[in-house]
Structure formats: C-alpha cells, structure tokens
Unconditional design. Structure first.
Length: 351
C-alpha cells in the first residue's frame, strides 16, 4: 500500500523540513496554518530566512549536526511565540543526503502565565506597600509632632492598628488562596454535612452582622443531603459571601440566606444544593459582575479598602467552588441589592 499523504500532517505541532540549501522540502498542516502558504511554501521560507539569527542557526546545525533552538515570534496566528528547534537528519533518497527538521512549540500560554504571575506579584506588593507607607507615616508623627500629645498618640495608634489588621487580613487571604489553588485539581473525597456547615457559618456571620447593625435571616428547606467536600473551606465560602453582604449593604438592612435542594434546572445540570445569600445593598453594575472573582478586583477600591477589604474574598470563593465542582451565580439590581447563589453537587451516596 502506498501512502500519498504527508505523515508530518499527523504531528500536532508545526514541522518544516528544509534541504541543505534551506529550501522548504515540506511543511505540515500545522506549519501551513501557523505561517500561511502551501507545503512547499516560499512564504515559510521567507519568514524564516529573513531573520539573521535563524539563518545562522540553520548554518550551524547544518555544519556541526548540533541541535539548535531559539524563540521565534510570528505575527500571523496573533502574536504566537514559538520555541523553534532545528535538527539535522540523514535522508537516503536525497542527493545531498541530509535535511534539516524544524519543529515549533507554542510557548505563548507559558508566557501568558509568566505575565499573570508578575501582575499578581505587582498587585500584592502594591497592596502591602499602602498600609506600610501609612504605618511609617504614623510612626514619624508619633516620634515628631505628636510626641507630647496623648490624644493624638491614641488616635494614631488606633489608625496603625487598623492598617496592621489590613495587612494581616491580606496575608491570611493570600495564604488561603494559595492553599485552595494547590488542591484545586484534587476533588474532595469525604462527605460532609451541609447543615453543619450552614450552622457554623451562621454563628460567625450573625455576630459579624450584629456588630454592623444588620440582621441575618436564615431559612433552610428541610434537612440537606450530604455533599463531597471540605467542611472548613465551605464555611469560608459562606462567611465570605456573608461578609460582603454585610459590608456592602445599607445600615439596618437585612441579609437573607436560604438553602435547599435544586433538582437539576441549574448551572450544574444535576441535583445540587443551592445556597443563596441576598442583601439589600447598593447592588453591582452589570458590567462589573463577571470580574468580581478576579483577584484584587473591587468595584469601589477606596470603599472596600476603607473597610479592610483585600479584593481576594470572591477569588477564594471561586477556587473553593472549582475544587468542589460547584458554581457561583451572581444577580444584582442597582439600588436594590444582590444575590450570590452557590451550587454544590450532592454526593452519589445521598441520591
Ligand atoms: N454583596 C455585594 N454587594 C455589592 N458589592 C459587592 C458585594 N459583594 C462583593 N461586592 C463587590 O465585589 C468586590 C470584590 O469582593 P471580594 O469579596 O472579592 O473583595 P473585598 O470584599 O473587597 O475584600 P475581601 O478580600 O476582604 O473580601 C468588592 O470590593 C465589592 O466592590
Ligand atoms: Mg469580601
């Protein structure tokens, strides 16, 4: 049987074969897709040979047989960055007896991850720097103008206390986030009782709401079935939602929480526990809703900061829910309030 297809077409990354005069012998489907042109393409050849470094590497591999690699960015295919490797191979049925095989690995997503990481580090540094700057300003005042003024000293120490609490909050949120991210891929294996989770969250949230002059009303519809999960992480999810509902709702407002079993008409498309946290707050503009779970994203930065917010609460919620194969839905009406609903699949044994 004779195969007339190019076997390189079955390779999932771009492959280009050049002869010893650097003419394209063949280019596979992925290469044609990435660089344009046909399989004996002058397009690809021009694209490669116009780069001096590539010409030098081709020459080096041709002469020494040593593999060479370089990073190559191509405009077609929208800013794709490839790691190009050049290898020399013997070819029996060609007069020159050798060919150069060029393979191209897409490194763009790796670079995106690197960019995200630096972005994250920049954000963290910025968030830590602001309280530090404030504290060092207060220390200066305490040592200088407020040295003999006990009333001012008291005031500045209280402000410092607030800034220290903010930093402690930030560090503990960062730790929680990295902890949940580490185990995100491992789905929980143990069953937990959502009724207990709600009870524990309710106790903590109740005290928090009272402190802020708000009332908490919890209604559960019967006894909820077990789910696969981590008790503490799920309590954290509810606390974060409660804290937001309390923080971003108006004085004297009511926060309602309800929990029930949803039989499948939900974003998970299966029987799940639905827990909803509703507030009578200022609401969230529709355009901001998809961004709320991004790290450090805050609708009103200065407002959130002034109440000690780090912008990590909902990012933590998102990652914990991802691990639990759950979902978060957010609905909000400006001036009326918001509803945050979470869905958690019930354990097989509960069905
Ligand atoms: N119930 C809500 N009503 C109105 N806005 C909200 C509500 N929940 C969250 N937000 C908005 O979403 C932003 C992100 O919330 P998130 O919980 O992630 O961070 P945070 O509350 O600012 O800080 P923290 O890390 O301390 O929770 C908040 O800053 C706020 O602007
Ligand atoms: Mg929050």
């Amino acid at each position: 049987m004779t195969l007339y297809t190019n076997p390189f077409d079955a390779v999932a990354i771009p492959v280009v074969v050049l002869d010893c005069k650097f003419q394209v012998v063949t280019a596979n489907k992925e290469a044609r897709k990435a660089f344009g042109g046909d399989d004996q393409s002058s397009n690809i050849q021009d694209l490669l040979l116009q780069k001096r470094e590539v010409r030098m590497l081709l020459q080096k591999t041709l002469e020494t047989g040593a593999e060479t690699t370089t990073s190559l960015s191509i405009k077609a295919g929208f800013g794709t960055v490839f790691q190009m490797s050049i290898r020399r191979v013997p070819v029996v049925d060609r007069p020159d007896g050798i060919a150069l095989v060029l393979t191209f690995e897409d490194r763009s997503s790796l670079l995106d991850v690197k960019a995200m990481r630096s972005d994250f580090v920049a954000n963290v540094s910025h968030e830590i720097r602001s309280p530090l700057t404030a504290i060092s300003g207060f220390v200066e005042t305490l040592l200088g103008p407020a040295r003999d003024d006990p009333a001012a000293q008291e005031r500045f120490l209280q402000l410092m206390d607030k800034e220290v609490a903010r930093m402690t909050n930030l560090v503990s949120d960062l730790l929680s986030l990295s902890r949940v991210e580490v185990k995100e891929r491992r789905a929980p294996k143990k069953t937990v009782d959502p009724n207990q989770i709600i009870l524990q969250a309710e106790e903590i949230a109740e005290a928090f709401a009272r402190k802020h002059g708000k009332t908490l009303v919890v209604t559960t519809n019967g006894v909820l079935p077990e789910i696969l999960g981590n008790h503490d992480d799920l309590v954290r999810v509810l606390i974060n939602l409660f804290e937001n509902a309390v923080t971003y709702s108006r004085e004297g407002g009511e926060i309602r929480m309800s929990a029930d079993v949803d039989c499948g008409d939900n974003p998970l498309n299966k029987t799940a526990i639905r827990i909803s946290v509703c507030d009578q707050g200022e609401g969230i503009p529709a355009a901001e809703i998809p961004r709320l779970t991004e790290r450090f994203y805050r609708v009103d930065k200065s407002r959130s900061r002034s109440v000690g917010g780090t912008g990590l609460g909902l990012a933590i919620v998102k990652h914990i829910l991802l691990r639990h194969r759950g979902k978060l839905e957010i609905e909000s009406t400006l001036g009326e309030g918001s509803e945050f609903r979470i869905y958690l699949p019930i354990a097989e044994t509960s069905k």
